[in-house]
Design a binder for this molecule. Structure first.
Ligand code: SAH
Length: 347
């Protein structure tokens, strides 16, 4: 008999678990741990089927005026080349993503003032006109008005992680931003009817199981359409370079599975950072509840300079990214979808 089974069943039926109950689940081992993974996987298949949605990522600028302590492209970081893709390069890459059977393009960058709201709106309009792809933005905190203009230009979705809901940690790692501003931006996205995504880094310095449990519960409180979480990976030449990853990797996977169990409807990507933990890290996350894969389509000459953390630029380097990803997903007994994969609440 599994003693956590009644708790998992209650959570699936809508019970609001306490921080202590989530900690108990995070501590589980053996059969109980396996039950968490199988529960998450079964729920995923029930709601989202056997399909994995692809979101083609373009990292279009690595310039950044912010100094987030964890990030390899923070302002002032050196040892790599700063780049901005041109509008034509971005649109051409989006067309390649479309030709590669992905239904969505994700546009990500550092906090780069060159890309004003007008410039971004032009890029989104051009992508929409030539590809019809769903457009997701991952461009940092924006004002309500900017978000409204980008939505009018055709943006469908927006990703903005809250990173950590523990105030002391958030404040320490984000010298340029407040937690309240981020949450306000997330709420504005929801008011503007964006499909809204957020999430956190697992294993940030100072985050114990209690803090992780709170982060997990906060994903539910935010009522998100998409939830992106991944391991914190210490990046060289950042103030957190000497910090370590967790000894017990199972905490990463149990966290992902619990995020799924608390948020059955959400689209959950297998974040790239999992491949920096171990070669098949993203596969492990698909086995515990992720249903989205974000192949990196940033052209090779730029990709090597988008170094948020070590190992990032080595992913998806095959000449045919789509074929490689398809094989990877089919090896897990799943199929890739060429659909757009909008939020379930919209269907
Ligand atoms: N400028 C955008 C995009 C940030 S990069 C924004 O501010 O939203 C996307 C995500 O990468 C971040 O939200 C963060 O969670 C993750 N990331 C950055 N550095 C990382 C690191 N060292 N380890 C793990 N994840 C990291």
């Amino acid at each position: 008999m599994n003693s956590i089974k009644p708790l998992l069943d209650d959570i699936i039926n809508g019970y609001r678990a306490s921080v202590n109950e989530i900690i108990q689940l995070l501590k589980s081992t053996g059969d109980e741990e396996e039950l968490i993974y199988s529960t998450a996987l079964n729920l995923t298949k029930e709601l989202h089927g056997n399909l994995i949605y692809l979101r083609g990522l373009i990292e279009f600028s690595n310039w950044c005026t912010n100094s987030c302590l964890y990030c390899g492209i923070r302002a002032g970081a050196t040892g790599f080349k700063r780049y901005r893709m041109t509008q034509d390069e971005i649109v051409e890459t989006a067309q390649y993503i479309k030709a590669s059977n992905c239904g969505t393009v994700v546009l990500q960058c550092g906090i780069d003032p060159f890309f004003t709201t007008n410039v971004l709106a032009d890029i989104i309009t051009a992508i929409k006109a030539t590809t019809g792809l769903a457009v997701t933005l991952s461009i940092g905190t924006k004002s309500y008005d900017d978000l409204a203009r980008l939505k009018n230009a055709g943006a469908n979705r927006f990703l903005l992680r809250f990173e950590s809901c523990q105030q002391s940690i958030f404040k320490r790692i984000h010298p340029d931003e407040s937690f309240e501003e981020r949450v306000e931006c997330i709420r504005n996205l929801q008011k503007l009817d964006y499909q809204t995504g957020s999430g956190f880094m697992i294993g940030l310095p100072g985050a114990d199981l209690k803090i992780t449990a709170r982060d997990i519960l906060f994903t539910k409180e935010l009522e998100l359409d998409m939830i992106g979480c991944g391991p914190f990976i210490p990046s060289p030449q950042t103030p957190l370079s000497d910090e370590s990853i967790l000894d017990d990797y199972s905490i990463y996977y149990k966290t992902m599975a619990l995020v799924r169990i608390l948020n059955p409807q959400a689209h959950i990507p297998a974040a790239t950072a999992f491949d920096s933990l171990k070669e098949d890290g993203r596969d492990e996350v698909i086995k515990c509840g992720a249903n989205v894969f974000m192949p990196n389509f940033t052209p090779e000459r730029f990709k090597e300079n988008y170094k948020l953390y070590p190992g990032k630029s080595q992913v998806d380097t095959s000449t045919d990214i789509y074929d490689a990803v398809k094989t990877r997903i089919e090896d897990l007994g799943r199929s890739v979808s060429s659909g757009v994969g909008h939020a379930l609440r919209m269907s």
